[in-house]
Design a protein around this ligand. Sequence first.
Ligand code: AMP
Ligand code: MG
Length: 394
Amino acid sequence: MGALMPLEEAQKRVIHLAQRLPPETLPIAKATGRYLAEDLPAKRSQPAGDMSAMDGYAICFEDREGPWTRVGECKAGSPPCPPLKPGETARIFTGALLPEGADTVVMQENVNAEGETVHLMTEASPVKGRHVRHKGGDFDVGDIVLTTGTCLDARALGQAVIAGHGELPVFSLPKIAILSTGDELVEPGQKTALHQIPASNDVMISAMLSAFPAEARNISRIADNMDMLCNALDSARDCDIIVTIGGASVGDHDLVGPAFEKLGGNIDFWKIAMKPGKPLMAGKLGDSIVLALPGNPGSAFVTATLFLLPLIRFCAGATDYMPRQQQAFTTTSLPATTRRAQFLRAKVDASGITAYDSQDSAKLSVLTAANALLCRPAHSPEQKAGTSVPYITI
Ligand code: AMP
Ligand code: MG
Protein backbone atom coordinates (compact mmCIF):
# COMPACT_ATOMS: atom_id res chain seq x y z
CA MET A 1 0.00 0.00 0.00
CA GLY A 2 2.94 2.30 0.66
CA ALA A 3 3.16 5.63 2.47
CA LEU A 4 0.67 8.48 2.22
CA MET A 5 1.30 10.59 -0.85
CA PRO A 6 1.43 14.38 -0.35
CA LEU A 7 -1.70 16.03 -1.72
CA GLU A 8 -0.03 18.30 -4.28
CA GLU A 9 1.95 15.40 -5.72
CA ALA A 10 -1.20 13.29 -6.03
CA GLN A 11 -3.04 16.16 -7.75
CA LYS A 12 -0.20 16.52 -10.29
CA ARG A 13 -0.10 12.78 -10.90
CA VAL A 14 -3.81 12.61 -11.71
CA ILE A 15 -3.42 15.34 -14.32
CA HIS A 16 -0.35 13.55 -15.62
CA LEU A 17 -2.48 10.45 -16.31
CA ALA A 18 -4.77 12.53 -18.52
CA GLN A 19 -4.66 14.15 -21.91
CA ARG A 20 -6.75 16.81 -23.55
CA LEU A 21 -9.53 15.44 -25.73
CA PRO A 22 -9.53 16.06 -29.49
CA PRO A 23 -11.10 19.29 -30.78
CA GLU A 24 -14.41 19.56 -32.63
CA THR A 25 -16.28 22.48 -34.20
CA LEU A 26 -19.64 23.48 -32.73
CA PRO A 27 -22.26 26.11 -33.53
CA ILE A 28 -22.11 28.94 -30.97
CA ALA A 29 -25.44 27.91 -29.42
CA LYS A 30 -24.02 24.51 -28.48
CA ALA A 31 -20.65 25.72 -27.20
CA THR A 32 -21.73 27.06 -23.79
CA GLY A 33 -19.41 25.85 -21.01
CA ARG A 34 -16.89 24.27 -23.41
CA TYR A 35 -13.23 25.28 -23.59
CA LEU A 36 -11.81 26.92 -26.69
CA ALA A 37 -9.40 24.69 -28.64
CA GLU A 38 -7.63 27.50 -30.58
CA ASP A 39 -6.82 31.17 -30.18
CA LEU A 40 -9.70 33.09 -31.75
CA PRO A 41 -8.86 35.97 -34.13
CA ALA A 42 -11.50 38.63 -34.80
CA LYS A 43 -13.05 38.33 -38.26
CA ARG A 44 -14.16 41.97 -38.11
CA SER A 45 -13.29 45.23 -36.37
CA GLN A 46 -15.54 46.54 -33.63
CA PRO A 47 -16.92 49.08 -34.19
CA ALA A 48 -16.62 48.53 -37.94
CA GLY A 49 -16.62 52.33 -38.46
CA ASP A 50 -16.86 55.50 -36.36
CA MET A 51 -20.22 55.42 -34.58
CA SER A 52 -22.30 57.63 -32.38
CA ALA A 53 -22.48 56.79 -28.69
CA MET A 54 -25.42 59.20 -28.17
CA ASP A 55 -28.60 60.52 -29.69
CA GLY A 56 -27.73 63.97 -31.05
CA TYR A 57 -26.25 65.77 -34.03
CA ALA A 58 -23.14 64.82 -36.02
CA ILE A 59 -20.92 67.79 -36.81
CA CYS A 60 -17.41 68.60 -37.95
CA PHE A 61 -15.46 70.01 -34.99
CA GLU A 62 -13.92 72.72 -37.23
CA ASP A 63 -17.44 73.94 -37.67
CA ARG A 64 -18.40 73.69 -33.98
CA GLU A 65 -20.18 77.02 -33.45
CA GLY A 66 -23.14 76.36 -35.73
CA PRO A 67 -25.79 77.10 -36.67
CA TRP A 68 -26.05 74.14 -39.00
CA THR A 69 -28.47 73.02 -41.62
CA ARG A 70 -29.81 69.58 -40.94
CA VAL A 71 -29.30 67.50 -44.07
CA GLY A 72 -29.98 63.93 -43.05
CA GLU A 73 -30.76 61.38 -40.41
CA CYS A 74 -28.43 58.51 -39.43
CA LYS A 75 -29.76 55.62 -37.39
CA ALA A 76 -28.41 52.25 -36.30
CA GLY A 77 -28.79 49.72 -39.06
CA SER A 78 -28.85 52.28 -41.89
CA PRO A 79 -25.98 52.71 -44.33
CA PRO A 80 -24.00 55.95 -43.75
CA CYS A 81 -25.66 59.29 -44.58
CA PRO A 82 -24.19 61.39 -47.42
CA PRO A 83 -21.02 63.37 -46.49
CA LEU A 84 -21.46 66.64 -44.56
CA LYS A 85 -20.39 69.91 -46.10
CA PRO A 86 -19.36 72.95 -44.02
CA GLY A 87 -22.36 74.35 -42.16
CA GLU A 88 -24.21 71.05 -42.26
CA THR A 89 -25.24 68.58 -39.57
CA ALA A 90 -27.06 65.24 -39.53
CA ARG A 91 -29.46 64.00 -36.89
CA ILE A 92 -27.81 60.91 -35.46
CA PHE A 93 -28.81 58.11 -33.06
CA THR A 94 -26.81 55.73 -30.85
CA GLY A 95 -25.11 53.02 -32.89
CA ALA A 96 -25.37 54.87 -36.24
CA LEU A 97 -22.31 55.38 -38.47
CA LEU A 98 -21.02 58.96 -38.60
CA PRO A 99 -21.36 60.55 -42.02
CA GLU A 100 -18.11 61.38 -43.79
CA GLY A 101 -16.95 64.86 -42.75
CA ALA A 102 -18.28 64.47 -39.18
CA ASP A 103 -15.97 63.76 -36.24
CA THR A 104 -18.03 64.86 -33.22
CA VAL A 105 -21.53 64.36 -31.83
CA VAL A 106 -23.38 67.08 -29.95
CA MET A 107 -25.95 65.74 -27.51
CA GLN A 108 -29.53 66.52 -28.48
CA GLU A 109 -29.99 68.23 -25.09
CA ASN A 110 -27.38 70.85 -26.15
CA VAL A 111 -29.08 72.13 -29.29
CA ASN A 112 -32.26 73.89 -30.36
CA ALA A 113 -33.70 72.71 -33.62
CA GLU A 114 -36.02 75.09 -35.55
CA GLY A 115 -37.16 73.39 -38.70
CA GLU A 116 -34.02 72.47 -40.64
CA THR A 117 -31.80 74.87 -38.69
CA VAL A 118 -29.96 73.63 -35.63
CA HIS A 119 -28.49 76.07 -33.06
CA LEU A 120 -25.95 75.26 -30.38
CA MET A 121 -27.13 76.33 -26.92
CA THR A 122 -25.01 79.14 -25.58
CA GLU A 123 -23.61 77.26 -22.59
CA ALA A 124 -22.68 74.19 -24.66
CA SER A 125 -19.19 73.80 -26.12
CA PRO A 126 -18.55 70.68 -28.20
CA VAL A 127 -15.39 68.66 -27.52
CA LYS A 128 -13.59 67.12 -30.50
CA GLY A 129 -14.43 63.42 -30.92
CA ARG A 130 -16.88 63.45 -28.00
CA HIS A 131 -19.67 60.83 -28.07
CA VAL A 132 -17.97 58.96 -30.91
CA ARG A 133 -16.91 55.32 -30.71
CA HIS A 134 -13.99 55.00 -33.07
CA LYS A 135 -13.45 52.25 -35.62
CA GLY A 136 -11.57 49.34 -33.97
CA GLY A 137 -11.81 50.99 -30.52
CA ASP A 138 -12.86 47.65 -29.00
CA PHE A 139 -10.75 45.38 -31.27
CA ASP A 140 -9.43 45.25 -34.82
CA VAL A 141 -9.82 42.51 -37.39
CA GLY A 142 -7.13 39.88 -36.72
CA ASP A 143 -6.78 40.67 -33.00
CA ILE A 144 -6.89 37.55 -30.78
CA VAL A 145 -10.06 38.14 -28.78
CA LEU A 146 -10.11 34.81 -26.85
CA THR A 147 -7.25 32.42 -26.14
CA THR A 148 -7.03 28.61 -26.17
CA GLY A 149 -8.38 27.06 -22.98
CA THR A 150 -10.83 29.88 -22.21
CA CYS A 151 -14.14 28.73 -20.76
CA LEU A 152 -16.95 29.74 -23.10
CA ASP A 153 -19.15 31.43 -20.52
CA ALA A 154 -21.77 34.04 -21.32
CA ARG A 155 -19.25 36.86 -21.79
CA ALA A 156 -16.83 34.84 -23.89
CA LEU A 157 -19.67 33.69 -26.17
CA GLY A 158 -20.79 37.30 -26.61
CA GLN A 159 -17.22 38.26 -27.46
CA ALA A 160 -16.92 35.46 -30.04
CA VAL A 161 -20.14 36.52 -31.75
CA ILE A 162 -19.28 40.22 -31.89
CA ALA A 163 -15.92 39.19 -33.40
CA GLY A 164 -17.80 37.59 -36.29
CA HIS A 165 -17.89 33.89 -35.35
CA GLY A 166 -20.89 31.60 -35.74
CA GLU A 167 -19.12 28.38 -34.81
CA LEU A 168 -16.19 27.64 -32.55
CA PRO A 169 -13.37 25.11 -32.21
CA VAL A 170 -13.76 23.47 -28.79
CA PHE A 171 -12.31 20.44 -27.02
CA SER A 172 -14.56 17.36 -26.94
CA LEU A 173 -16.44 16.41 -23.79
CA PRO A 174 -14.92 13.79 -21.52
CA LYS A 175 -17.15 10.73 -21.11
CA ILE A 176 -17.51 9.78 -17.48
CA ALA A 177 -18.97 6.75 -15.71
CA ILE A 178 -20.00 7.12 -12.07
CA LEU A 179 -20.03 3.76 -10.36
CA SER A 180 -21.26 3.35 -6.78
CA THR A 181 -20.64 0.27 -4.68
CA GLY A 182 -22.00 -1.14 -1.46
CA ASP A 183 -24.50 -3.80 -0.35
CA GLU A 184 -26.16 -1.20 1.85
CA LEU A 185 -27.14 1.20 -0.95
CA VAL A 186 -30.77 1.73 -1.91
CA GLU A 187 -32.25 3.75 -4.76
CA PRO A 188 -33.27 7.33 -3.86
CA GLY A 189 -36.75 7.50 -2.35
CA GLN A 190 -37.06 3.76 -1.67
CA LYS A 191 -37.75 2.43 1.81
CA THR A 192 -34.61 1.55 3.76
CA ALA A 193 -34.21 -1.16 6.36
CA LEU A 194 -31.98 -0.44 9.36
CA HIS A 195 -28.95 -1.86 7.61
CA GLN A 196 -29.48 0.14 4.44
CA ILE A 197 -28.93 3.76 3.35
CA PRO A 198 -30.09 5.75 0.31
CA ALA A 199 -27.33 6.07 -2.29
CA SER A 200 -26.82 9.81 -1.90
CA ASN A 201 -23.31 10.07 -3.31
CA ASP A 202 -24.26 9.04 -6.84
CA VAL A 203 -26.78 11.87 -7.09
CA MET A 204 -24.42 14.34 -5.39
CA ILE A 205 -21.48 13.60 -7.69
CA SER A 206 -23.68 13.60 -10.82
CA ALA A 207 -25.07 16.97 -9.76
CA MET A 208 -21.54 18.34 -9.29
CA LEU A 209 -20.75 17.29 -12.85
CA SER A 210 -23.96 18.64 -14.35
CA ALA A 211 -22.48 22.14 -14.40
CA PHE A 212 -19.38 20.78 -16.14
CA PRO A 213 -18.47 20.02 -19.73
CA ALA A 214 -18.83 16.26 -19.33
CA GLU A 215 -21.09 13.45 -20.52
CA ALA A 216 -21.73 11.46 -17.35
CA ARG A 217 -23.60 8.21 -16.90
CA ASN A 218 -24.44 6.45 -13.66
CA ILE A 219 -23.79 2.78 -13.01
CA SER A 220 -25.36 2.72 -9.59
CA ARG A 221 -25.42 0.47 -6.59
CA ILE A 222 -23.07 -2.38 -7.51
CA ALA A 223 -23.10 -4.97 -4.72
CA ASP A 224 -19.89 -5.73 -2.82
CA ASN A 225 -19.25 -8.67 -5.10
CA MET A 226 -16.08 -9.20 -7.09
CA ASP A 227 -17.67 -10.47 -10.31
CA MET A 228 -20.33 -7.77 -10.38
CA LEU A 229 -17.77 -5.07 -9.73
CA CYS A 230 -15.48 -6.42 -12.46
CA ASN A 231 -18.39 -6.50 -14.92
CA ALA A 232 -19.39 -2.95 -14.03
CA LEU A 233 -15.84 -1.62 -14.41
CA ASP A 234 -15.45 -3.52 -17.67
CA SER A 235 -18.67 -2.01 -19.05
CA ALA A 236 -17.28 1.49 -18.45
CA ARG A 237 -14.09 1.05 -20.48
CA ASP A 238 -15.45 3.29 -23.25
CA CYS A 239 -15.29 6.24 -20.81
CA ASP A 240 -12.39 8.66 -20.48
CA ILE A 241 -12.86 8.74 -16.72
CA ILE A 242 -14.35 6.07 -14.45
CA VAL A 243 -15.27 7.38 -11.01
CA THR A 244 -16.03 4.80 -8.37
CA ILE A 245 -17.56 5.73 -5.02
CA GLY A 246 -17.02 3.62 -1.91
CA GLY A 247 -15.19 0.38 -1.43
CA ALA A 248 -11.81 2.03 -1.88
CA SER A 249 -10.42 1.39 1.62
CA VAL A 250 -8.73 -1.84 2.59
CA GLY A 251 -11.57 -3.65 4.41
CA ASP A 252 -12.53 -7.18 3.41
CA HIS A 253 -15.52 -5.77 1.52
CA ASP A 254 -13.64 -2.95 -0.17
CA LEU A 255 -13.29 -4.54 -3.56
CA VAL A 256 -12.66 -1.64 -5.92
CA GLY A 257 -8.86 -1.97 -5.76
CA PRO A 258 -8.82 -5.78 -6.13
CA ALA A 259 -11.39 -5.69 -8.98
CA PHE A 260 -9.42 -2.99 -10.75
CA GLU A 261 -6.20 -5.00 -10.47
CA LYS A 262 -7.92 -8.24 -11.53
CA LEU A 263 -8.96 -6.50 -14.77
CA GLY A 264 -5.36 -5.51 -15.40
CA GLY A 265 -5.58 -1.89 -14.18
CA ASN A 266 -2.43 -0.05 -13.12
CA ILE A 267 -2.65 1.69 -9.77
CA ASP A 268 -0.81 5.01 -9.81
CA PHE A 269 -1.36 5.86 -6.17
CA TRP A 270 -3.58 4.83 -3.28
CA LYS A 271 -3.84 6.74 -0.02
CA ILE A 272 -3.22 10.44 0.26
CA ALA A 273 -2.00 12.61 3.09
CA MET A 274 -5.27 14.47 3.41
CA LYS A 275 -8.31 14.60 5.64
CA PRO A 276 -10.95 13.77 4.66
CA GLY A 277 -10.18 11.59 1.66
CA LYS A 278 -7.23 9.42 2.65
CA PRO A 279 -8.34 6.27 0.78
CA LEU A 280 -8.34 7.81 -2.70
CA MET A 281 -7.02 5.65 -5.49
CA ALA A 282 -6.07 6.66 -9.03
CA GLY A 283 -4.86 4.61 -11.93
CA LYS A 284 -5.49 3.52 -15.52
CA LEU A 285 -7.63 0.73 -16.87
CA GLY A 286 -6.69 0.57 -20.53
CA ASP A 287 -7.21 4.13 -21.81
CA SER A 288 -9.61 5.08 -19.02
CA ILE A 289 -8.50 6.98 -15.94
CA VAL A 290 -9.98 5.46 -12.81
CA LEU A 291 -10.52 7.63 -9.77
CA ALA A 292 -11.79 5.72 -6.74
CA LEU A 293 -13.41 8.08 -4.24
CA PRO A 294 -14.08 7.14 -0.61
CA GLY A 295 -17.71 6.44 0.29
CA ASN A 296 -18.35 8.86 3.13
CA PRO A 297 -20.23 11.81 1.63
CA GLY A 298 -17.86 14.46 3.02
CA SER A 299 -14.82 12.55 1.73
CA ALA A 300 -16.43 11.90 -1.65
CA PHE A 301 -17.30 15.58 -2.03
CA VAL A 302 -13.87 16.88 -0.99
CA THR A 303 -11.93 14.43 -3.18
CA ALA A 304 -14.25 15.13 -6.13
CA THR A 305 -13.61 18.87 -5.67
CA LEU A 306 -9.84 18.46 -5.44
CA PHE A 307 -9.25 15.66 -7.96
CA LEU A 308 -12.24 14.91 -10.18
CA LEU A 309 -13.31 18.42 -11.16
CA PRO A 310 -9.75 19.54 -12.05
CA LEU A 311 -9.29 16.33 -14.06
CA ILE A 312 -12.49 16.98 -16.01
CA ARG A 313 -11.56 20.61 -16.62
CA PHE A 314 -8.11 19.54 -17.83
CA CYS A 315 -9.46 16.86 -20.23
CA ALA A 316 -12.07 19.34 -21.50
CA GLY A 317 -9.26 21.78 -22.35
CA ALA A 318 -9.24 24.33 -19.52
CA THR A 319 -6.03 26.28 -18.96
CA ASP A 320 -7.15 27.19 -15.47
CA TYR A 321 -8.20 23.82 -14.09
CA MET A 322 -7.22 23.72 -10.40
CA PRO A 323 -9.70 24.85 -7.71
CA ARG A 324 -9.43 28.55 -7.05
CA GLN A 325 -8.38 29.55 -3.55
CA GLN A 326 -9.46 32.74 -1.85
CA GLN A 327 -8.47 34.17 1.53
CA ALA A 328 -10.51 35.00 4.60
CA PHE A 329 -9.80 35.64 8.28
CA THR A 330 -10.50 32.64 10.50
CA THR A 331 -12.88 33.51 13.34
CA THR A 332 -11.53 30.67 15.52
CA SER A 333 -8.04 29.45 16.27
CA LEU A 334 -6.97 26.41 14.26
CA PRO A 335 -4.66 23.74 15.69
CA ALA A 336 -1.43 22.80 13.90
CA THR A 337 -1.76 20.09 11.24
CA THR A 338 0.34 16.97 10.83
CA ARG A 339 1.49 15.52 7.50
CA ARG A 340 -2.17 15.29 6.43
CA ALA A 341 -3.61 18.39 4.72
CA GLN A 342 -7.08 19.21 6.00
CA PHE A 343 -10.16 20.54 4.27
CA LEU A 344 -12.54 21.78 6.91
CA ARG A 345 -16.19 22.27 6.06
CA ALA A 346 -16.71 25.93 6.91
CA LYS A 347 -18.94 28.96 6.54
CA VAL A 348 -17.69 32.21 5.00
CA ASP A 349 -19.60 35.39 5.73
CA ALA A 350 -18.89 39.04 6.48
CA SER A 351 -17.30 38.10 9.83
CA GLY A 352 -14.72 35.79 8.20
CA ILE A 353 -14.48 32.01 7.89
CA THR A 354 -15.68 29.63 10.60
CA ALA A 355 -14.93 25.91 10.50
CA TYR A 356 -17.73 23.72 11.85
CA ASP A 357 -17.07 22.01 15.17
CA SER A 358 -17.98 18.64 13.74
CA GLN A 359 -15.85 17.56 10.81
CA ASP A 360 -17.32 14.05 10.63
CA SER A 361 -17.18 13.22 6.92
CA ALA A 362 -20.27 11.02 7.24
CA LYS A 363 -22.43 14.03 8.15
CA LEU A 364 -24.15 15.48 5.12
CA SER A 365 -25.82 18.09 7.34
CA VAL A 366 -22.41 19.73 7.95
CA LEU A 367 -21.41 19.53 4.30
CA THR A 368 -24.74 21.01 3.24
CA ALA A 369 -24.53 23.91 5.69
CA ALA A 370 -20.98 24.76 4.56
CA ASN A 371 -20.19 27.14 1.71
CA ALA A 372 -16.42 26.71 1.81
CA LEU A 373 -13.59 24.27 2.42
CA LEU A 374 -11.05 25.88 4.71
CA CYS A 375 -7.67 24.63 3.43
CA ARG A 376 -5.04 23.67 5.97
CA PRO A 377 -1.88 22.49 4.21
CA ALA A 378 0.17 19.70 5.76
CA HIS A 379 2.50 20.81 8.58
CA SER A 380 0.69 24.14 9.11
CA PRO A 381 1.46 25.81 12.44
CA GLU A 382 -1.37 26.69 14.80
CA GLN A 383 -3.28 29.69 13.51
CA LYS A 384 -4.84 32.24 15.82
CA ALA A 385 -8.26 33.76 15.26
CA GLY A 386 -7.92 36.71 12.90
CA THR A 387 -5.26 35.06 10.71
CA SER A 388 -5.85 35.03 6.95
CA VAL A 389 -6.38 31.47 5.68
CA PRO A 390 -7.04 30.00 2.22
CA TYR A 391 -10.38 28.48 1.29
CA ILE A 392 -12.22 27.05 -1.70
CA THR A 393 -15.80 28.12 -2.36
CA ILE A 394 -18.22 25.19 -2.67
P1 AMP B 1 -16.87 2.67 1.98
O1 AMP B 1 -15.92 3.63 1.37
O2 AMP B 1 -17.49 1.76 0.99
O3 AMP B 1 -16.25 1.94 3.13
O4 AMP B 1 -18.06 3.52 2.57
C1 AMP B 1 -17.88 4.42 3.63
C2 AMP B 1 -19.21 4.92 4.14
O5 AMP B 1 -19.84 5.66 3.09
C3 AMP B 1 -20.16 3.83 4.50
O6 AMP B 1 -20.89 4.23 5.65
C4 AMP B 1 -21.07 3.72 3.32
O7 AMP B 1 -22.34 3.22 3.66
C5 AMP B 1 -21.14 5.14 2.82
N1 AMP B 1 -21.38 5.16 1.37
C6 AMP B 1 -20.70 4.48 0.45
N2 AMP B 1 -21.18 4.72 -0.78
C7 AMP B 1 -22.20 5.59 -0.64
C8 AMP B 1 -23.12 6.20 -1.55
N3 AMP B 1 -23.07 5.98 -2.86
N4 AMP B 1 -24.02 7.06 -1.03
C9 AMP B 1 -24.07 7.28 0.31
N5 AMP B 1 -23.24 6.74 1.19
C10 AMP B 1 -22.33 5.87 0.76
MG1 MG C 1 -18.57 0.00 1.02
